[in-house]
Design a protein around this ligand. Sequence first.
Ligand code: ZN
Length: 238
Amino acid sequence: MGTVASRLFGALRFWFAAIRDVLLPRGCAGCDKPDEVLCPSCASLFGHVYRKALPGNAGCCYGCSWYRGAVRQAILNWKDHGDEECDCAFALLLADLALKVLRQEGPYSRTRSLALVPAPSSASSMHRRGRWQTLPLVRLMARRLDRQGFSAVAKPVLKLEGVQGKSVQASSAQSRSRRIAGHVRVTEDLKGDDSLFIVIDDIMTTGATMGQCISALRAAGASNVIGLALACTPNRDE
Ligand SMILES: [Zn+2]
């Protein structure tokens, strides 16, 4: 009976989605161009490699776009307005960024074993959005990188504990960084794992949050850790 109900539910969902697509065709998440999840012109804005040194000697981090214009619009639609169809497009862009960084950065050019770690969200952010938004990105990235000859696994080992969440827009980078300082926990012992750990975040502002994630992974035994983000907020001179 359960199977019949779930088949019926699946069929209804399919037809509702088909009818919705006919009546309300979607637009590009960045510029609203019809019939695209992310149009080629907006996708090309995510095709860069920007390197950022992290504060406090935490290493470095890479982003594939600047957080402004159509990039900002696309990320806000995905993150705060439930446009989950962007998961796949963003995961592919982040996988491309990972491939470029691995190729061009000497110490990682022979790396084959990758542990992809989603940046943590607070319990209240996850409740508000209904999900941990970096987790599906990391799972899709792992599949993509596996097909490129890597051994890539999603490793959701970072948790934010005891943090009251606010949206990115409602708080400055500094106040977010202060709020999560000391609250990033690693749920596994990583000693002896010589994978390259890659923390995946959506938006990187000062890098303080990314730095705290990287430091927590190192303290848990991960020896090689870098960070990747979909977008970096530009510094004043950029
Ligand atoms: Zn577009």
